[in-house]
Design a protein around this ligand. Structure first.
Ligand code: ADP
Length: 260
């Protein structure tokens, strides 16, 4: 049983109920949405709530099925090696969170196939064995649909193996609460940071690949709270991480200076 303090998570819809029902029904869960919208925090919160161990894997272009399943060497009658995080989760009944699953190599999708349907089993091809998933094993994945941005897509046939929930930037009031809770800044400052975010999110003509996330606001709030000047904090935590285009940096810095 986990005795740690529950992670702070501000619910934005019905996602908590949906997750609990997915868990009970043993259906994999997919979080869709841009970076910094609370997906990882939500999973940490749910794992704590359900008192399950959480194993998080940040997937990238080189992430392979072997990384997840494990590396084994067969020496005569003996097998030496180590279970990877997925095998461990399957055996012990943990929640595995494959963050940015669409980035991983295609063999990862193949490897989780039999875990995402009624079979709930993992085939370890290096050993030629099939492992039945523990009662409490749950597969969770996230991806960033990033439609017009050239991000990798998840195949429809893969998506259909999950219950899926979209995450997006929270409403103003919720986002203000999140910033206050995460950083301890005064409400007035949190409001101004959220106003800056809303303004920049609406400037679609800038063509940013990713816009201001709650994470950036939290970072700005932390810098302000520890004593860095407000405008400088906004510039380094919000504007600079967004783009490398000098003109856009200048324009957004001016905008922030007016707003905070
Ligand atoms: P993602 O996994 O979607 O990239 P994270 O879960 O890492 O995003 O969120 C980034 C940060 O934003 C968190 O560390 C937290 O400070 C804050 N945050 C975003 N949404 C929420 C939320 N709904 N409740 C609490 N904190 C949030």
């Amino acid at each position: 049983m986990t005795m740690n303090k529950a992670p702070f998570y501000k619910s934005i819809g019905k996602e908590i109920d949906v997750f609990k029902h997915s868990f009970t029904n043993k259906i994999p869960f997919l979080l869709k949405g841009p970076t910094g919208t609370g997906k990882s925090r939500f999973i940490e919160f749910m794992a704590h709530d359900l008192e399950k161990e959480l194993i998080t894997i940040a997937c990238h272009e080189e992430t392979s099925a072997t990384d997840l399943i494990g590396r084994y060497i067969i020496k005569g009658a003996e097998t030496v090696g180590m279970d990877g995080p997925l095998t461990k989760a399957v055996k012990e009944g943990a929640i595995i969170y494959l963050d940015e699953i669409a980035e991983a190599r295609p063999d990862v999708i193949v490897a989780i196939h039999s875990l995402t349907d009624h079979r709930r089993e993992l085939f370890i091809d290096k050993l030629g064995v099939t492992v039945k998933a523990h009662e409490d094993f749950m597969l969770v994945a996230s991806y960033n649909p990033g439609y017009q941005r050239g991000f990798k897509e998840l195949k429809p046939s893969t998506r259909q193996r999950f219950v899926a929930v979209s995450f997006d930037y929270p409403s103003n009031d919720l986002e203000i609460e999140i910033v206050i809770n995460e950083t301890g800044v005064e409400k007035d400052i949190a409001k101004k940071l959220v106003n800056i975010a809303t303004k920049i999110r609406n400037l679609t003509e800038l063509g940013l690949t990713e816009t201001v996330s709650t994470r950036l606001l939290v970072d700005a709030g932390k810098l302000i709270q520890s004593g860095l000047p407000k405008r400088l904090s906004a510039k380094v935590a919000i504007v600079e991480p967004l783009t490398d285009d000098a003109e856009i940096i200048e324009a957004l810095t001016d905008l922030c200076d007016l707003m905070i």
